[in-house]
Design a binder for this molecule. Structure first.
Ligand SMILES: [Zn+2]
Length: 416
């Protein structure tokens, strides 16, 4: 595979009837933060646009970038990094434990185990755990926390090797990775290979309905190949000899789903009414109509115009603006809107890996949030990690008391 290719058929059903509803232009990879030295080198830019399949309604990007470029050995995202994420994963582990307490096979494999955020609490609950993770630096952190990790991209051929080297798992976990793969069918078939006949597959992804409803266009970047809704997801599972038996909405990443699946031939787990209800809701929300997607595209452009207006007005009056967080999605927003270091002084971060780097494309410096002690509070924080707004709002009491304001880009730009 070259660095880049453009798909011409649907990731799920293979149809060629793909409808583009937003073009974000050529953008650098959202997680490719640059060192000072790298600023002088030519950055890699790739086309980025979002499509919906007219046949199965699967929301997807067609711009496929080589996985090693998307998930380099030194990766910028640490699962435990975001505020409240440690608790999120502890609760997640507890839920899986309680729900499948009687499962005999306690061997758990997590695909894309990152820094062990979920496997650490799973292990504490008595499971035998194994992580699969292609990025070296996050795997190293997981190992330092006592987790065995195989550093490899998950694929169907690899799944067969894995099943013979270890054994099949009673539980396979995969969070925010099915939607990142450029071959979901091979991925789920691979999961089937490593799952024992009574096993369950538990996975999460950003929910396509929330993306569209809340105009979360900044969540569109090359790592996110798919934004699943129920109908295409069911289709995918059926195609791979699996079946969904429950789905639960969760709050992470601007609205996600936690799904439970098993082998199609395993009748032990009865299907709840969740997926049928959600499918109906999707129809009510117009997810089967192209107009819904067109409207999303128009709203995204309106956000750009309004946000720039707010920021330029503040700058005209001499206000200082600092970005809160430097997440991957922030880079879609900044690049799409053309918001650079003339408007934003810097992004404050807690993830060490990003310190003293620059955002891809716009080249805004990323610094430790300790800098605020030295520089003092800005007049405005542009909240790029708006999915953590509640946590930020609570944490920044003092800033707010002093008259500090937040600019929130989604679902429509506003100052609070
Ligand atoms: Zn399709």
């Amino acid at each position: 595979m070259n660095n880049y290719y453009r798909r011409t058929s649907c990731l799920i059903c293979g149809s060629k009837d793909l409808y583009q509803f937003l073009d974000l232009g050529k953008t650098p990879l959202a997680d490719s933060f640059l060192s000072k030295k790298e600023l002088n080198k030519k950055e890699l830019y790739f086309p980025l646009s979002i499509h919906v399949c007219e046949n199965c309604n699967h929301i997807q990007i067609l711009d496929a970038v080589h996985p090693r470029l998307l998930f380099p050995e030194e990766y910028a995202l640490f699962s435990s990094g975001g505020p409240s994420m440690v608790k999120h994963f502890e609760d997640y582990a507890k839920e899986v434990h309680e729900r499948f307490e009687n499962i005999k096979n306690k061997f758990v494999i997590e695909i894309a185990s990152n820094d062990g955020a979920l496997l650490v609490p799973m292990k504490k609950l008595g499971f035998k755990v194994l992580g699969i993770e292609p990025t070296i630096n996050t795997a190293k952190v997981a190992r330092s926390r006592g987790i065995e990790v195989v550093t490899e991209f998950f694929s169907e051929p690899f799944s067969r090797k894995l099943a013979s080297k270890y054994r099949q798992a009673g539980i396979v976990l995969a969070n925010n990775v099915l939607a990142h793969t450029d071959n979901p069918t091979a991925f789920v078939k691979g999961v089937k290979n490593i799952l024992d006949s009574n096993g369950v597959f538990v996975f999460e992804f950003q929910y396509g309905l929330e993306l569209i409803k809340n105009t979360e266009f900044d969540n569109i970047y090359h790592e996110h190949s798919s934004f699943f809704t129920i109908r295409p997801l069911k289709l995918l599972m059926e195609k791979c000899g699996m079946r969904l038996f429950d789905i639960k909405p969760i709050a992470t990443q601007g609205g996600s789903l936690r799904c439970y699946a098993t082998h199609a031939e395993n009748s032990f787990y009865k299907e709840t009414t969740a997926s049928a209800k959600m499918e109906k809701k999707e129809i009510r929300e117009g997810m089967d109509k192209l107009k819904t997607y067109d409207d999303f595209g128009k709203r995204a452009v309106a956000i750009k115009v309004r946000l720039l207006d707010i920021i330029l007005n503040i700058k005209k009056r001499g206000g200082r603006i600092v970005a809160y967080g430097a997440p991957a999605k922030g880079n879609t927003l900044l690049n799409f809107c053309g918001i650079g270091p003339k408007l934003i002084e810097y992004c404050i971060e807690k993830t060490k890996f990003k310190f003293n780097k620059f955002t891809p494309g716009m080249h805004i410096p990323v610094v430790s949030d300790d800098i605020i002690k030295k520089d003092g509070y800005p007049d405005f924080y542009l909240v790029l990690i708006w999915n953590y707004l509640d946590a930020i709002y609570a944490r920044e009491k003092e800033y707010r008391k002093g008259g500090g304001k937040f600019i929130i880009p989604n679902p429509s730009p506003r100052i609070i």
